[in-house]
Design a protein around this ligand. Structure first.
Ligand code: NAD
Length: 499
């Protein structure tokens, strides 16, 4: 059986004692096993990082940026191989796998400009003969813990900015699709990154806990489900670390009566069912405003959903592929049953879907519920599958309240031709990322990604200037160069002011 291992800066010859299966979601078989590391392995990785990091922090930012340029070119050269590898473990279709990697590369493009954002601030003459300047220095050693659903993009969100700002970085990918982060690490080394600056440790909760407790890791970035994000945040902060922990989501698409419904149906199909709904910025809830909108939308939505093609991840015509594991498929189907039991109307049922020749694959057909109520548990919780729930609203205010009052606050979209309604919605909705006629409002790399409420713990977002702030600490220097005179001795005991 193929074995997937860590990518370390030292020879590691201790045989693993624990493994986790990596499936081929297209046919349900175990295609490889990944070695699960422990605290002793992490210790060695941190030692290697500690040795390498001070010299890397001294490399001037322009040279660090050159590594980013080289890496970007290498990823582009190897895009097909990376996308196939990603798709074979995750199950998303190849075009979508390329998008996953490309979104990560856009953060690397931001990192190519790192000299500019690290320039710092300077005030000449803040007081008599006094200048004040500040600059940002790396934290030292950072770690990233990532989810299964974006094995290319999310490791690059974290590692790119952490490395470009002069840190050493230890990545702990999802044990469900662990290969792409290892390949990315190899390409970083080929791009000229010194050994020890980026390492990949494989593992599960045991490794996560070791990271959270390691005294030499200064900052931890986590993306995954909310309960674990909260746990990671609390334990990391208790240990005195800087932590950002992104959690789950339940994003709503609000459809106003004046929206272009053909466009909405097209957008919703991709945003609700693309990647089998396994995206934290998917749109699993649609809220038409007014009875007429609901009827018209439903009429157009049903044939569009029934026309979706579910296929193996290498099928170029498939809209989406299998979900990641049999356990996840069972969880999604149990939520569908919950919706039925709670009294929602199951309009299109994706359970029991099988693909000829791939009967053991982890496929779930597209599913549509109507008349879902905010009191239902199947609405309140994240399903993370190809399931679209229609929650009807009678007014703009009622529609605005739904995402605003939901426990998650990652993304939301409004579809309308009315600029005033859109503006009002964007200003008042209690959610971190808003799309106006944009179904998946993932911000570009030089802006910043992060939700609100239980979708994110901590106070800085991923990438852009927020990422730079997270991976660096600011140092402020107040300087005076003696001009030969003696200071005002009488005032030496008073707190200095510039007044
Ligand atoms: P997950 O929470 O199961 O796993 C995330 C990471 O935590 C993995 O590396 C895993 O090994 C580790 N982990 C798992 N159980 C643990 C435990 N008990 N203690 C400590 N660590 C543990 O998430 P997932 O299923 O891989 O990913 C899907 C989730 O991620 C969804 O909830 C999705 O909404 C969320 N997500 C959020 C964002 C965002 O930016 N807000 C982006 C992508 C995915």
């Amino acid at each position: 059986m193929r074995e997937i291992s860590h990518k370390l800066a030292f020879a590691h010859d201790v045989a693993p004692t624990r493994y986790s299966d990596v499936f081929d979601p297209n046919n349900g078989s175990v295609q490889a096993r990944v070695a699960l590391g422990d605290a002793a392995l992490l210790d060695k990785a941190v030692e290697a990082a500690k040795k390498a990091q001070p010299a890397w922090a001294m490399v001037n930012p322009q040279r660090r940026a050159r590594v980013m340029f080289n890496f970007k070119a290498l990823v582009e050269k190897n895009m097909d191989e990376l996308a196939h590898l990603l798709s074979s473990e995750h199950g998303k279709v190849i075009a979508d796998a390329k998008g996953d990697i490309q979104r990560g590369l856009e953060v690397i493009e931001f990192c190519c400009g790192i000299p500019h954002v690290l320039k710092g601030e300077y005030t000449q003459g803040a007081g008599p003969g006094i200048d004040v300047y500040s600059f940002r220095q790396p934290i030292g050693i950072g770690a990233g813990i990532t989810p299964f659903n974006f094995p290319g993009m999310i490791p690059l969100w974290m590692s790119g900015v952490a490395i470009a700002t002069g840190n050493a970085f230890i990545m702990k990918p999802s044990e469900r699709d662990p290969s792409v982060p290892v390949r990315l690490c190899e390409l970083f080394l080929e791009a000229g990154l010194p050994e020890g600056i980026l390492q990949v440790v494989q593992g599960d909760k045991e490794m996560v806990d070791a990271i959270l407790d390691h005294p030499d890791i200064g900052a931890i970035s986590f993306v995954g489900s909310s309960d674990i994000a909260h746990y990671v945040y609390k334990r990391g902060v208790d240990n005195g670390k800087r932590v950002q922990a992104m959690g789950g989501a339940k994003n709503h698409g609000i459809v106003m009566p004046d929206a272009d419904l053909d466009q909405v149906v097209n957008d919703l199909s991709g945003a609700a069912f693309g990647s089998a709904g396994e995206r934290c910025m998917a749109l699993p809830v649609v809220t038409p405003v007014g009875e007429k909108t609901a009827i018209a939308l439903r009429e157009k939505l049903i044939p569009a959903i029934e026309a979706l093609r579910v296929g193996v991840s290498t099928d170029p015509d498939a809209h989406y592929g299998p979900v990641v594991t049999a356990a996840h498929k069972a969880k999604i189907e149990s939520y569908i049953q919950m919706g039925v039991d709670e009294g929602a109307e199951l309009v299109v049922d994706g359970r029991g879907f099988t693909l000829q020749g791939h009967e053991e694959g982890f496929f779930v057909g597209p599913t549509l519920f109507d008349h879902v109520k905010p009191t239902m548990r199947s609405y309140q919780e994240e399903i993370f599958g190809p399931v679209l729930q229609m929650v009807r609203a009678e007014s703009f205010e009622e529609a605005l309240a739904l995402p605003s009052q939901h426990q998650y606050g990652n993304g939301v979209a409004i579809f309308t031709r009315n600029g005033h309604a859109a503006r009002e919605f964007a200003a008042r909705v209690n959610v971190g990322m808003v799309g106006i006629n944009v179904p998946i409002p993932v911000p570009v790399a030089y802006h910043t990604f992060g939700g609100w409420k239980r979708s994110a713990f901590g106070d800085t977002n991923q990438h852009g200037m927020e990422g730079v702030k997270f991976w660096t600490k600011v140092k402020t220097i107040t300087q005076r160069w003696p001009d030969g005179g003696v200071g005002d001795a009488a005032n030496a005991f008073v707190i200095p002011t510039m007044g």
